[in-house]
Design a protein around this ligand. Structure first.
Ligand SMILES: Cc1cc2nc3c(=O)[nH]c(=O)nc-3n(C[C@H](O)[C@H](O)[C@H](O)COP(=O)(O)O)c2cc1C
Length: 168
Protein backbone atom coordinates (compact mmCIF):
# COMPACT_ATOMS: atom_id res chain seq x y z
CA UNK A 1 0.00 0.00 0.00
CA UNK A 2 1.48 3.36 -0.92
CA UNK A 3 1.42 6.36 1.41
CA UNK A 4 -1.38 8.14 -0.43
CA UNK A 5 -3.66 5.09 -0.26
CA UNK A 6 -2.90 4.60 3.45
CA UNK A 7 -3.75 8.23 4.18
CA UNK A 8 -6.96 8.19 2.15
CA UNK A 9 -8.31 4.85 3.38
CA UNK A 10 -7.38 5.17 7.08
CA UNK A 11 -10.28 5.46 9.53
CA UNK A 12 -10.45 5.20 13.29
CA UNK A 13 -11.26 1.58 14.14
CA UNK A 14 -13.21 0.84 17.32
CA UNK A 15 -14.03 -2.85 16.76
CA UNK A 16 -11.26 -5.40 16.44
CA UNK A 17 -10.99 -9.17 16.07
CA UNK A 18 -10.52 -10.17 19.70
CA UNK A 19 -7.71 -12.47 20.77
CA UNK A 20 -5.31 -11.65 17.90
CA UNK A 21 -1.64 -11.44 18.87
CA UNK A 22 0.45 -8.94 16.90
CA UNK A 23 3.97 -10.28 16.17
CA UNK A 24 6.78 -8.42 17.94
CA UNK A 25 8.42 -7.66 14.55
CA UNK A 26 5.32 -5.73 13.54
CA UNK A 27 5.41 -3.64 16.72
CA UNK A 28 9.09 -2.97 16.04
CA UNK A 29 8.38 -1.96 12.44
CA UNK A 30 5.55 0.34 13.56
CA UNK A 31 7.68 1.94 16.28
CA UNK A 32 10.64 2.29 13.94
CA UNK A 33 8.31 4.32 11.71
CA UNK A 34 7.22 6.35 14.76
CA UNK A 35 10.83 7.17 15.53
CA UNK A 36 11.38 8.33 11.94
CA UNK A 37 8.89 11.17 12.36
CA UNK A 38 10.26 14.71 12.11
CA UNK A 39 11.14 16.31 15.42
CA UNK A 40 11.99 19.87 16.44
CA UNK A 41 15.79 20.26 16.63
CA UNK A 42 15.87 16.50 16.13
CA UNK A 43 15.35 16.03 19.89
CA UNK A 44 13.11 12.95 19.40
CA UNK A 45 11.67 13.46 22.89
CA UNK A 46 9.50 10.36 22.88
CA UNK A 47 9.13 6.95 24.41
CA UNK A 48 6.60 4.23 23.65
CA UNK A 49 4.93 1.61 25.83
CA UNK A 50 3.29 -1.38 24.16
CA UNK A 51 0.57 -2.76 26.42
CA UNK A 52 -0.85 -6.21 25.67
CA UNK A 53 -1.63 -7.22 29.25
CA UNK A 54 -5.45 -7.41 29.54
CA UNK A 55 -5.45 -6.26 33.18
CA UNK A 56 -3.46 -3.15 32.33
CA UNK A 57 -5.71 -2.50 29.34
CA UNK A 58 -8.71 -2.70 31.72
CA UNK A 59 -7.05 -0.18 34.04
CA UNK A 60 -6.55 2.15 31.10
CA UNK A 61 -10.23 1.86 30.15
CA UNK A 62 -11.15 2.80 33.72
CA UNK A 63 -9.21 6.06 33.59
CA UNK A 64 -10.05 7.00 29.97
CA UNK A 65 -13.75 7.50 29.25
CA UNK A 66 -13.42 7.13 25.47
CA UNK A 67 -11.10 4.17 25.09
CA UNK A 68 -13.58 1.28 25.22
CA UNK A 69 -12.28 -0.04 21.92
CA UNK A 70 -9.42 -1.50 23.98
CA UNK A 71 -11.82 -4.32 24.95
CA UNK A 72 -11.18 -6.00 21.60
CA UNK A 73 -7.90 -4.33 20.55
CA UNK A 74 -4.76 -6.48 20.54
CA UNK A 75 -2.76 -3.79 22.30
CA UNK A 76 -2.42 -0.14 23.20
CA UNK A 77 0.63 1.88 22.23
CA UNK A 78 1.18 4.73 24.67
CA UNK A 79 3.16 7.64 23.24
CA UNK A 80 4.98 9.58 25.98
CA UNK A 81 6.85 12.86 25.59
CA UNK A 82 9.72 14.60 27.34
CA UNK A 83 9.65 18.43 27.44
CA UNK A 84 12.88 20.27 26.71
CA UNK A 85 14.28 22.93 29.04
CA UNK A 86 12.93 26.47 28.60
CA UNK A 87 16.31 27.63 27.28
CA UNK A 88 16.31 25.05 24.47
CA UNK A 89 15.27 26.10 20.95
CA UNK A 90 13.03 23.01 21.08
CA UNK A 91 11.21 24.19 24.23
CA UNK A 92 7.49 23.52 23.98
CA UNK A 93 7.71 21.50 20.78
CA UNK A 94 7.35 18.04 22.32
CA UNK A 95 3.57 17.70 21.76
CA UNK A 96 4.11 18.38 18.06
CA UNK A 97 6.87 15.78 17.95
CA UNK A 98 4.64 13.23 19.67
CA UNK A 99 1.73 14.06 17.37
CA UNK A 100 3.91 13.47 14.32
CA UNK A 101 5.11 10.13 15.67
CA UNK A 102 1.52 9.13 16.50
CA UNK A 103 0.44 9.87 12.92
CA UNK A 104 3.29 7.72 11.61
CA UNK A 105 2.13 4.89 13.90
CA UNK A 106 -1.37 5.12 12.41
CA UNK A 107 -0.11 5.01 8.83
CA UNK A 108 2.54 2.30 9.25
CA UNK A 109 -0.07 0.17 11.06
CA UNK A 110 -2.52 0.71 8.22
CA UNK A 111 0.12 -0.44 5.74
CA UNK A 112 0.55 -3.66 7.74
CA UNK A 113 -3.21 -4.31 7.72
CA UNK A 114 -3.97 -3.14 11.26
CA UNK A 115 -6.61 -0.72 12.40
CA UNK A 116 -5.92 1.93 15.01
CA UNK A 117 -7.70 4.53 17.09
CA UNK A 118 -5.91 7.55 18.57
CA UNK A 119 -7.24 8.39 22.06
CA UNK A 120 -6.22 11.78 23.41
CA UNK A 121 -4.51 12.01 26.81
CA UNK A 122 -2.41 15.18 27.06
CA UNK A 123 -3.26 17.91 28.16
CA UNK A 124 -6.01 16.36 30.34
CA UNK A 125 -4.20 16.39 33.71
CA UNK A 126 -6.25 13.60 35.31
CA UNK A 127 -5.61 11.25 32.40
CA UNK A 128 -1.92 12.20 32.26
CA UNK A 129 -1.36 11.52 35.97
CA UNK A 130 -3.34 8.27 36.03
CA UNK A 131 -1.62 6.92 32.93
CA UNK A 132 1.80 7.96 34.22
CA UNK A 133 1.22 5.67 37.19
CA UNK A 134 -0.12 2.81 35.09
CA UNK A 135 2.79 2.73 32.61
CA UNK A 136 5.37 3.87 35.17
CA UNK A 137 7.06 6.43 32.94
CA UNK A 138 9.10 9.56 33.64
CA UNK A 139 7.60 11.02 30.47
CA UNK A 140 4.24 12.69 29.91
CA UNK A 141 1.66 10.32 28.42
CA UNK A 142 0.53 12.07 25.25
CA UNK A 143 -1.89 9.65 23.61
CA UNK A 144 -3.06 6.06 23.58
CA UNK A 145 -3.26 4.27 20.25
CA UNK A 146 -5.47 1.19 20.17
CA UNK A 147 -4.29 -1.32 17.57
CA UNK A 148 -5.63 -4.60 16.23
CA UNK A 149 -7.09 -6.40 13.24
CA UNK A 150 -10.21 -4.46 12.19
CA UNK A 151 -13.63 -6.04 12.67
CA UNK A 152 -15.37 -3.15 10.92
CA UNK A 153 -14.71 -1.40 7.65
CA UNK A 154 -15.79 2.23 7.75
CA UNK A 155 -15.84 3.90 4.35
CA UNK A 156 -13.05 6.30 3.44
CA UNK A 157 -14.01 9.92 3.91
CA UNK A 158 -13.42 12.62 1.33
CA UNK A 159 -12.49 15.62 3.35
CA UNK A 160 -10.90 18.18 1.06
CA UNK A 161 -12.50 21.49 1.95
CA UNK A 162 -11.39 24.36 -0.28
CA UNK A 163 -12.78 26.89 2.24
CA UNK A 164 -10.03 25.88 4.63
CA UNK A 165 -7.27 26.56 2.15
CA UNK A 166 -5.77 29.87 1.12
CA UNK A 167 -3.36 30.00 -1.82
CA UNK A 168 -1.25 33.17 -1.66
C1 LIG B 1 -6.15 14.29 19.38
C2 LIG B 1 -7.16 13.19 19.12
C3 LIG B 1 -7.86 12.64 20.17
C4 LIG B 1 -8.78 11.61 19.94
N1 LIG B 1 -9.38 11.00 21.01
C5 LIG B 1 -10.24 9.97 20.78
C6 LIG B 1 -10.78 9.25 21.89
O1 LIG B 1 -10.49 9.53 23.05
N2 LIG B 1 -11.62 8.21 21.62
C7 LIG B 1 -11.96 7.87 20.34
O2 LIG B 1 -12.74 6.92 20.16
N3 LIG B 1 -11.45 8.53 19.26
C8 LIG B 1 -10.58 9.55 19.46
N4 LIG B 1 -10.00 10.20 18.39
C9 LIG B 1 -10.34 9.78 17.03
C10 LIG B 1 -11.26 10.82 16.36
O3 LIG B 1 -12.54 10.73 16.92
C11 LIG B 1 -11.29 10.55 14.84
O4 LIG B 1 -9.98 10.67 14.31
C12 LIG B 1 -12.22 11.52 14.11
O5 LIG B 1 -13.56 11.31 14.48
C13 LIG B 1 -12.12 11.35 12.59
O6 LIG B 1 -12.43 10.03 12.20
P1 LIG B 1 -11.39 9.13 11.40
O7 LIG B 1 -10.14 8.97 12.25
O8 LIG B 1 -12.08 7.82 11.17
O9 LIG B 1 -11.07 9.85 10.11
C14 LIG B 1 -9.06 11.18 18.61
C15 LIG B 1 -8.32 11.74 17.56
C16 LIG B 1 -7.37 12.70 17.80
C17 LIG B 1 -6.53 13.23 16.66
Amino acid sequence: MDVSEAIRSRRSIRRYKAGVKIPKEHFEQILEAAMMAPSGCNMRPWEFAVVEDREILSEIMQIHPYANMLHTASAAIIVCGFPQEESSPAAGLWPQDCGASAAYILLESKGLGYGTCWCGVYPNEDRVEALKNIVDTEGIPFCIIAIGVPNEDPAPRGKYDPKKVKFM
